[in-house]
Design a protein around this ligand. Structure first.
Ligand code: FAD
Ligand code: UDP
Length: 368
């Protein structure tokens, strides 16, 4: 038998696990954080290469409407003022995102917002019940924008037809009849001046962390070390897939260091045509204007089918998967020594601020 040494074993040094660990340690609890990767930060991890903060797991922009969450994250690093204005490339023509008067002008040459509205109404059809992403998208922006900026990108990203996907996915994006390219409607938005990893260094200061350590590599041993477990990996794996595998979308990141100052002039360019295999090209230096002279780093993001052996990045929150998830959640709620949290533990398409909110909510229940 091993000796119980910690109050909490925290599986995953992403934002859920790290916020939980910080708050627990602040209240005098002992924690051991483990992560199977060789770094802290989960998918928010940034790595400094040639002075450039490389977003290793895709472009991350912090945004929230909640002032408490904004103040919270600002305790751990300083943020630059930043407004995310990516552009979309469709067959070599560029369009502003999200869908706003710039986009409508670029596609239709219409300057008058009332005429844009007429055009959308003309194209949007008259579906009374909107049951999938395709219907939702066409009702929001009409069929032209759907064909040029949504269909190809979405079907690559998710590996399914738009009419097989939940409408919630496209409702993430704003539609505006103003000339405003801000990708988010939230009150607060920013980019950490020195990358995201500093947040985790500060959250985990003084807490024992073991990297390159897989919970499933020695589950009984890790279980025996602590009174409670906070688990932030995929929930279906925790239960050995007993109710079936949940679907996840995976990604492959193709990164190149280039000997030039500027490759594409913007941090993210989305490729919306189905003919291009990747969804977006990230040029990391433009997020915070850091980096050595004469070098830039560029990543192409290739969507991939999720399998037991690939990294799960996106939950696929359709009816079928949500139903399976509820069985797992019910089972996890019966385990009084286990807390499931985060994007994979709660199987929700959470952004960073929502994961922090979820972790703090758990802290308020668990650690009075
Ligand atoms: P994760 O960051 O996934 O952390 C979980 C950790 O658990 C991982 O480090 C993993 O290695 C570890 N783990 C899993 N299983 C085990 C095991 N068996 N043993 C040990 N360790 C284990 N959010 C935004 O707000 N804005 C954005 O712009 C944005 N862009 C994104 C772009 C991409 C491509 C992706 C994939 C996500 C994006 N997000 C964005 C979402 C954001 O990354 C997540 O909401 C957040 O990082 C999730 O934190 P987490 O702690 O729940 O999970
Ligand atoms: N989307 C699209 N075209 C784009 C950008 C996004 O059709 O150029 C759709 C696509 O379905 C995507 C969803 O909007 O999955 C949400 O986009 P977001 O940028 O929030 O995706 P994330 O950054 O989470 O991958």
């Amino acid at each position: 038998m091993f000796e119980v040494m910690y109050d909490y074993l925290i599986v995953g040094a992403g934002i859920y696990g790290s916020v939980f660990a910080y708050e627990a340690a602040k209240r005098g609890k002992t924690c051991l954080v483990i992560d199977k990767r060789n770094h802290i930060g989960g998918n928010m991890y940034t790595e400094r290469v040639h002075g450039i903060n490389v977003h290793k797991y895709g472009p991350h922009i912090f945004h929230t409407n909640d002032e408490k969450i904004w103040n919270y994250i600002n305790k751990f690093t300083s943020f630059n003022q930043f407004v995310y204005n990516p552009v979309a490339n469709y067959e070599d023509r560029l369009y502003n995102l999200p869908f706003n008067m710039h986009t409508f002008y670029q596609l239709w040459g219409i300057k008058d917002p009332n005429l844009v509205l007429d055009k959308i109404n003309e194209q949007k059809g008259n579906a009374e019940v909107i049951s999938n992403l395709e219907e939702q998208a066409i009702s929001m922006v009409g069929s032209d924008i759907y064909e040029v900026l949504i269909k190809g990108y979405t079907e690559k990203q998710w590996g399914k037809k738009c009419n097989e996907l939940p409408k919630s996915i496209i409702k993430r994006l704003p539609v505006r009849l103003t000339f405003n390219n801000n990708y988010f409607n939230d009150k607060f938005q920013g980019m950490p001046a020195n990358g995201y990893t500093d947040i985790f260094i500060n959250l985990l200061k003084g807490i024992e962390v073991r990297l390159a350590t897989d919970y499933f590599g020695n589950r009984d041993y890790f279980n025996s070390l602590a009174r409670k477990i906070v688990y932030t990996g995929p929930i279906d794996k925790f239960f050995d897939y007993k109710y079936g595998q949940l679907e996840y979308r995976s990604l492959e990141f193709e990164t190149n260091v280039l000997n030039m100052n500027n490759y594409q002039g913007i941090y993210v360019m989305n490729y919306t045509s189905s003919k291009i295999p990747y969804t977006r090209v990230i040029e990391h230096k433009h997020f915070d204007n850091n980096g050595d002279e004469g070098i830039t780093i560029v990543t192409k993001e290739h969507p991939k089918t999720g399998t037991i052996n690939t990294e799960p990045y996106y939950p696929v929150n359709d009816e079928k998967n949500n139903k399976i998830f509820l069985q797992y959640r019910k089972e996890s709620e019966m385990l009084h020594n286990v807390i499931m949290g985060g994007r994979l533990g709660e199987y929700k398409y959470y952004d960073m601020h929502q994961v922090i909110a979820s972790a703090l909510n758990m802290v308020s229940k668990e650690l009075l």
